[in-house]
Structures are given as structure tokens and as C-alpha cells.
Design a protein around this ligand. Structure first.
Ligand SMILES: *Cc1c(COP(=O)(O)O)cnc(C)c1O
Length: 384
């Protein structure tokens, strides 16, 4: 039987297009109205209701990519994650959340949850036993991130989904690092998938957006909260995001291929101590990654040898930019010890495995030979 599911690049290019009935243009028109007909209409449209034509149609592309019934587009990844959490957690409820997590998500939980009376436990590790151990009577949601930032730990997605199902607890995942090109957690049984669309969906470092994909029932629950919190995305940016997503498959596959080559090369480099990448056989979850991912992704981290200064290294790169964000078509690096983990002491960082020599590398679409050359020139320059 022929699969009804469209291919990745066909979804990226076509699903969720708005037909230009009036002028027959090739691409979706932008509908900028913030006011729509109210009387005798099936849908009452309003930007904060997440249902303008552009919002509505782009969410179909996201849903098709994650193989869900429905999706919503948000003004940022944090809007997506916070609205999702607040839709399923209320006063007295408990969240089990992975210890290795995007910094903004950690801040949201630590700074805001107590105001709502929501309880939480960060796991002691990323193994399924660590999650099981953290579950309490009032646990309503388990949230994971895989691969995680910045050490690319990989969580057993199906095992977490099964754990949630066996206990009647919902499960959600931050799928930003893998993107739907490399990983579809819904197919492994996870209930809700969220993305910072600022990253691979946008892909050109010029859009801030987010997305959640799930069943229609759960999206309705999120919508009920989101219409009150109001984190929707402007239609101008929704349209830019649609344009970006047409090349999501092409971009991320090219970036993933480059990352694999660079991970192998760095792994043998005399000035590199260690490489963290799920596609290397030396990664502790290599077999698991192979079984649950379609590709190993385009994010990796590596440690320079002790004699090299990571700060000087970044300053000596020409092509590869030192940049906070990630997932653009251009390659970027960042020192976690100077950014996401700057508030910890050096000892605390060592405990979570983040050395001052560690660099997170978001691999772009450039030619690998030029990236290697850039790295070698920088290393030569700072070697004494
Ligand atoms: C960037 C990021 C977020 C937050 O997204 P914003 O668009 O910056 O709000 C969440 N999770 C991960 C893994 C990210 O990289």
C-alpha cells in the first residue's frame, strides 16, 4: 500500500499553503487584518485567537511535519512552552522535568511556578529510572528534552512515553534540537511536541517564534489558556516563517550531514579532548539515538585541550561566528561557561560536566572544508 503520509520536502513546500484565489499568485498571500467579520461566520478570527488565515494554515504544516492532528504557532519558543505547561498544570499539580534542559525553561519553572502553586521535580539524570523516581501522586506532566543542550544527552523517548501511559501522566518534549526532520516523538508515543521555531524552523537567525503540535483535543486545551495569555505571532512573521519552512528539510539534512563529518573530524583532532554528538559510536546513547532519530542532528559540542583558551579560540575564528542562538544556515559556536551556565561556579559546572574548554557548535550549511580550515587557523593562532 502506498503511504498516505507525504514526503518531508513535499510537506515543507506545500502543506498549509493559502491559495491565492483572486490573483493566482504562486505563494500564500499575507492577511494582515486584525479585524474580521463577526456576524454569521463559522470561525471568529482574531490574531490573539491564533486563527488568522496565515496562523491557521502554517499550523497545518507544523502538524503535518510532526504527524499530529493539530498545532499552534506562538510568538516565541518560551510562549509555546509556558502556554503548554499552564494548560496542563494548575495549583497543586506536579511536573517531572529533565535535569538537562534549555536555560529559559529552567528559569520559567523556577521563577514562575511558585506563583501558580505548581510543584516540580528536576530529575537526577536522564534515564527512565530517574523519571520514574521523581513521579509523585500529583504528577500531571513529564517534560523531556532530547538531544539536550549543551551536552547532547539522549533520552529514551518511547520509554518515557510508555512510563507516562502506564501511570496516566501526560508527556511532552522539546524537539528543537532534532527538528521534525530528524525526530518525530509523536510516533514514539509522546503526547505533545514543542519547538523554538526561532531555531531550525526559521533557520536564518531572523525570526523569533514557537510551535506546539499535538492531538486536536490537547491543542484545544492549550488554546483555551493561550487566548488569555496572548502569546501569538504577527502575520508578517508567520508568513516569513512559512517561507523559511519550505527549505527546512533541505537545510537540516545538509546541516546534519556536515555535523556528522565535523564530529568525526574533531574526534580525531589532536587539539580536541572530547566530542559530544549522538552520531558518534563513542556517545553513550549511540544505539538508542540510531533507533529513535532519523538523523543525528546538526548540534554538537566539543572540548578543546587544556592548553587552549576557548574564549581566544572564538575570537580567532573568521567564518564561524560566536553567537548566542543556534540553528541558522550559518555555523556558530558559543561557550556554555560564559553564557547559559555563567552563573554557576567553576566547580558547579564541572559537576554537571561543563568545562571551561567546552564549545557548543551549531553546524551550518557551509562547505565542510572551509569550516575545518577556519577551526584549524584559529587553533594554530592560539597555540603557543
Ligand atoms: C531557544 C530554545 C528555546 C526557547 O525558544 P525562544 O524562541 O528563544 O523563546 C527552547 N528550547 C530550546 C531547546 C531552545 O534552543
Amino acid at each position: 500500500m502506498v503511504s498516505k503520509r507525504l514526503g518531508l520536502n513535499t510537506i515543507c513546500t506545500h502543506v498549509g499553503e493559502i491559495k491565492d484565489e483572486q490573483f493566482k499568485g504562486a505563494v500564500s498571500p499575507i492577511y494582515l487584518s486584525s479585524s474580521y467579520e463577526f456576524l454569521d461566520v463559522d470561525v471568529k478570527r482574531y490574531p490573539r485567537y491564533f486563527n488568522t488565515p496565515n496562523q491557521d494554515y502554517l499550523s497545518k504544516k507544523v502538524a503535518a511535519l510532526e504527524n499530529t492532528e493539530a498545532a499552534m504557532i506562538f510568538g516565541s519558543g518560551m510562549a509555546a512552552i509556558s502556554h503548554m505547561f499552564l494548560a496542563f498544570l494548575q495549583k497543586g499539580d506536579h511536573l517531572v522535568v529533565q535535569n538537562t534542559l534549555y536555560g529559559g525553561t529552567v528559569n520559567f519553572i523556577k521563577e514562575e511556578f511558585h506563583k501558580y502553586g505548581i510543584e516540580y521535580t528536576f530529575t537526577n539524570g536522564y534515564k527512565v529510572e530517574d523519571f520514574e523516581e521523581a513521579i509523585q501522586k500529583n504528577t500531571k506532566l513529564i517534560h523531556i528534552e532530547s538531544p539536550s543542550n549543551p551536552l547532547l544527552t539522549v533520552t529514551d523517548i518511547k520509554a518515557i512515553a510508555d512510563l507516562g501511559k502506564s501511570k496516566g501522566i501526560l508527556t511532552s518534549i522539546d524537539n528543537t534540537f532534532a527538528s521534525p526532520v530528524n525526530q518525530n516523538p509523536i510516533d514514539l508515543g509522546i503526547d505533545m511536541v514543542m519547538h523554538s521555531a526561532t531555531k531550525y524552523f526559521g533557520g536564518h537567525s531572523d525570526i523569533c517564534a514557537g510551535a506546539v503540535a499535538s492531538s486536536q483535543q490537547y491543542i484545544n486545551r492549550i488554546w483555551n489558556v493561550s487566548k488569555n495569555l496572548g502569546g501569538s505571532l504577527s502575520d508578517m512573521t508567520v508568513w516569513m516563517l512559512e517561507r523559511s519552512m519550505k527549505t527546512l528539510g533541505l537545510r537540516v539534512k545538509a546541516q546534519t550531514k556536515n555535523a556528522m563529518k565535523l564530529a568525526k573530524w574533531l574526534n580525531k583532532h589532536p587539539k580536541v579532548n572530547k566530542v559530544y554528538y549522538p552520531g558518534l559510536k563513542s556517545h553513550p546513547e549511540y544505539e538508542l539515538s540510531k533507533s529513535q532519530m532519523k538523523g543525528f542532528g546538526a548540534m554538537l559540542s566539543f572540548e578543546l585541550t587544556e592548553d587552549l583558551d576557548a574564549y581566544e579560540f572564538q575570537k580567532s575564528l573568521h567564518l564561524i561566528k560566536s553567537s548566542m542562538s543556534l540553528a541558522g544556515v550559518e555555523s556558530t559556536v558559543i561557550s556554555p561557561h560564559l553564557t547559559s551556565h555563567a552563573l554557576l561556579t567553576s566547580d558547579e559546572r564541572q559537576q554537571v560536566g561543563i568545562s571551561d574548554q567546552l564549545l557548543r557548535f551549531s553546524v551550518g550549511i557551509e562547505d565542510v572544508k572551509d569550516l575545518k580550515r577556519d577551526i584549524n587557523i584559529a587553533i594554530d593562532k592560539i597555540s603557543k
